[in-house]
Write a protein that binds this ligand. Structure first.
Ligand code: 13P
Length: 210
């Protein structure tokens, strides 16, 4: 896909997330890897009203080289691209249920959402580390994410929200949606004793079929 089509796809997917309430106001940011750098949503922009020509362009070293001023969370995205060479896109949302889980003090710090459904496991994997609270835009978050993302495709920022990577832009958005739905199911079932997928079912879902 060329850069022009990627710009349009990013704005279309972002508008769809916004329209369905996955982000509100100017919350959230999205980036995608290009052959010569990265596209990123501008700071203080609404995911519902992005202009393909106004997206921030960053070079391979994450320097701003075109478009509007990039998200203040550039470093959060950079941490994922550096930790995960296979990451083609990164989506950060303040989606309600995933953010609610990020506020639970008793949440498991490595996997706060149990494997309730196959698509959660297939899109997010076995681990969803919780990163301690940092103020939005605090660059000290970068080393924490860099370490956690070595063996996790997504993290939950405590009292803030999810950051999800994917091989492609569409894949990263699907994974962010799946995480939000899994968090919603988990909260719906809290206080009950739901059946969760077994270890061998999870292993089966995370193993490539030959
Ligand atoms: P930006 O508007 O700078 O992208 O920040 C939004 C956000 O989601 C902060 O966590």
């Amino acid at each position: 896909m060329n850069e022009s089509d990627t710009r349009i796809l990013l704005c279309t997917l972002a508008a769809s997330l916004f329209a369905r309430g996955f982000s509100v106001g100017s919350a959230g940011n999205i980036s995608v890897r290009l052959p010569d750098g990265y596209l990123m949503t501008p700071t203080n922009s609404s995911l519902g009203r992005l202009d393909p020509t106004g997206l921030s362009k960053l070079d391979m070293a994450f320097r701003h080289v075109g478009g509007d001023k990039p998200s203040k969370e550039v470093f959060m995205h950079r941490a994922f691209y550096r930790a995960r060479p296979d990451a083609g896109a990164v989506v950060h949302l303040h989606s309600t249920h995933a953010t609610a889980v990020s506020c639970l003090p008793d949440a498991d710090p490595v996997n706060p959402i149990p494997p309730l459904t196959p698509y959660f496991v297939m899109r997010i994997g076995r681990r969803l580390p919780v990163i301690p609270y940092f103020r939005p835009g605090d660059p000290d978050m970068e080393p924490a994410i860099l370490t956690a993302a070595q063996d996790a495709s997504a993290v939950l920022l405590a009292n803030h929200g999810p950051v999800v990577s994917g091989g492609t832009l569409t894949g990263a958005v699907y994974a962010a949606e799946e995480l939000e739905e899994a968090a919603r199911l988990f909260l719906l079932l809290r206080g009950q004793s739901p059946r969760v997928l077994t270890g061998s079912q999870v292993a089966d879902l995370t193993t490539e079929r030959g």
